[in-house]
Design a protein around this ligand. Sequence first.
Ligand code: 8YV
Length: 333
Amino acid sequence: MTKKPCIIVTAPVPQDLRQLLDAAFDTVDVPAGQSPLEALPQSQWAAIDGMVCTVKTRVDGALLDALPALKVVSNFAVGFDNVDMDAANARKVLVCNTPGVLDGAVADLTIGLMLCVARNLVAGDAFVRSGAWTKGPFPLATDIRGKTLGLLGMGRIGRVVARTARAFDMDVIYHNRKPDAQAESEGLARYVERDALFAQADVVSVHIPLTAETRHSVGAREFGLMKKTAILLNTARGAVVDEAALIDALKNGTIAGAGLDVMTQEPLPVSSPLIGMPNVVLQAHIGSATVETRRAMIDLAVHNLLDALGGKQPKAMVNGQAWPLARQAGANA
Ligand code: 8YV
């Protein structure tokens, strides 16, 4: 009998999908956030062929060198900033992700955050519960209808945000590395230069991945360009925004408010100045956190790994140039 491939699982896998994994592979569980090298005895390292992991698993050159037979990293996320792609490409390790299945959930949260900040909904709830309403009316808030939404990044998620915002009669502008012909032809959004996006938008929403180029790319300069009444939304990655500069901009009234699902450090430490800011609505990185969306994500992540190690081209590859699999057991290809 040939030996089954061996995989590491750091993502939460439901029972039925777990059975598929267990039928095809020897599976080793590693708690999310713990390095496989800490969790597994060194004697097991050379046997690992694949991995289904969350964004909390850091996949770098040191890990890939320590696991010389690892051929596939299947991320339970669309973002893959936890993976050093140069290191993966250099070692011909295939990286898979979960695009497409979470666009609606993340777009919905973006719109929800926009409404919460503009209409002051979190404070409004506390106002009613505390009895303050019996003493007087709640302060007036701000309309989003008729305002301009500026999307930094027009990928799959940005496009759904644009479509939804159009239903709120918003004018949508965007900046992207290149103009999106489909968005333009559908009349969804207008391409503008980057500085114009920050200067013209009433709400700026971040929808770009975290890379070496985008880290802290929204900072003091960009806040300085924004309207004093503007709101910043971030449902992408915390580190795209220079958080210290954002805190200054919110404190100084350079911008009016922010809605953040992602932060530089997650979970956000309670010592963060953001915690005490009344003009900020915070969420716990829940953009994709619905039963339906997480199910679709883990389904895709598990099948990406089953397909790849089974010799079939997986649906969602980040670095398709690493397909077909090149790395052999116990050897760096
Ligand atoms: C998380 C995300 O991955 O898809 C992404 O890029 O950031 C989220 O969906 C989610 O918390 C699952 O780990």
